[in-house]
Design a protein around this ligand. Structure first.
Ligand SMILES: Cc1cc2nc3c(=O)[nH]c(=O)nc-3n(C[C@H](O)[C@H](O)[C@H](O)COP(=O)(O)OP(=O)(O)OC[C@H]3O[C@@H](n4cnc5c(N)ncnc54)[C@H](O)[C@@H]3O)c2cc1C
Length: 279
């Protein structure tokens, strides 16, 4: 769509150039930004020219540059990249394509939409929010005063389409820690329509130390994270999910239905992880 209030466009190549003038907005891939009227915006600042590496593998884990596209992330998980290779023990990279598929879009969108744009758009059903929440992802945020702050991606979300980023803050990267990438993990999702936007996305993982983490996204306004010292029994997990806050109504599902399917998906994942423990 034409954004007919826009009178300036800048490609940022240095951190200083990320400073926003009044009316300017950060532009990632533009797949959301160019699809919705932005009457308050008068200028765009493109971050895709910052030269941030898509993916950096270190002993601490994986740094996903905010400008990494969904397609590039999936290619990494499927070992189709030569510049960044996931260690074999990072079994939880199997979640990347599943999460990406929750972003129901054509290959054109996958090749343009950025991980940072998805996190910053902060929809409850944001595919990269689900992935980050499931794997203890931390947002690396550049503040306008030149400092940097970190926040769990899950904690950055404040509602369906809102977040804790202040005006002028820029998401630099999402860091996924190695302990989460080494986990056994499973993700399941459900939508009212076969090709509809996810109404509930549930992920469970068991870390090498036996601790387990279950996360619910899309069904609750902000990510719901449940942590256990080991794999909980079915009754305990069901009770905790049934009591969780934030299930909501919209045309993609009622709050009660979202709560019910989240309980069911979590139990399926719990059984799968339990069975896998013996394998
Ligand atoms: C067909 C279609 C299907 C879609 N399906 C889904 C879906 O299922 N789930 C979903 O969540 N979204 C969906 N979207 C919306 C959107 O495409 C995605 O959220 C996408 O990942 C946004 O990434 P982008 O790089 O294009 O962001 P942009 O459109 O460029 O930006 C999105 C927002 O994030 C801000 N932003 C971007 N990068 C940064 C940064 N590094 N730091 C600070 N702010 C930043 C922008 O200012 C803007 O407010 C869909 C879009 C289309 C067209």
């Amino acid at each position: 769509m034409d954004l007919n209030t826009i009178t300036s466009f800048r490609r940022a190549t240095t951190r200083d150039e990320l400073a926003l003038a009044p009316g300017e907005m950060i532009l990632g891939g533009g797949t959301w930004l160019f699809g919705v009227p932005q009457p308050h915006a008068t200028g765009l600042v493109d971050v895709t020219t910052m030269g941030w590496p898509d993916l950096e593998v270190t002993e601490r884990g994986l740094r996903i540059g905010a400008t990494c596209t969904i397609a590039a992330l999936v290619a990494f998980a499927e070992a189709r990249r030569t510049d960044a290779v996931a260690p074999a023990e990072w079994t939880a990279t199997s979640l990347f394509p599943i999460a990406a598929n929750a972003l129901l879009a054509s290959f054109k969108i996958w090749n343009t939409a950025t991980v940072g744009g998805n996190v910053c758009r902060s929809f409850s059903a944001g595919a990269m929010v689900s992935l980050s929440a499931a794997l203890d992802g931390e947002a690396v945020i550049w503040s306008p005063d030149g400092t940097e702050r970190r926040s769990p991606v899950a904690a950055l979300m404040t509602g369906n389409g809102t977040n804790d980023l202040a005006r002028g803050e820029v998401l630099r990267a999402v860091d996924l820690p190695a302990h989460a990438l080494r986990s056994r993990a499973s993700m399941q999702k459900i939508a009212l329509a076969e090709l509809g936007r996810s109404a509930a996305v549930v992920t469970g993982r068991v870390d090498r130390d036996g601790a387990s983490v279950f996360s619910i996204t899309a069904a609750t306004l902000t990510p719901t994270i449940l942590r256990y010292p080991d794999l909980p029994d079915g009754g305990e997990l069901t009770r905790h999910i049934a009591q969780a806050q934030g299930f909501y109504d919209d045309p993609l599902g009622s709050a009660d239905w979202r709560r019910g399917v989240s309980v069911e998906l979590a139990e399926r994942i719990r059984r799968e992880l339990d069975a896998g423990a013996d394998a």
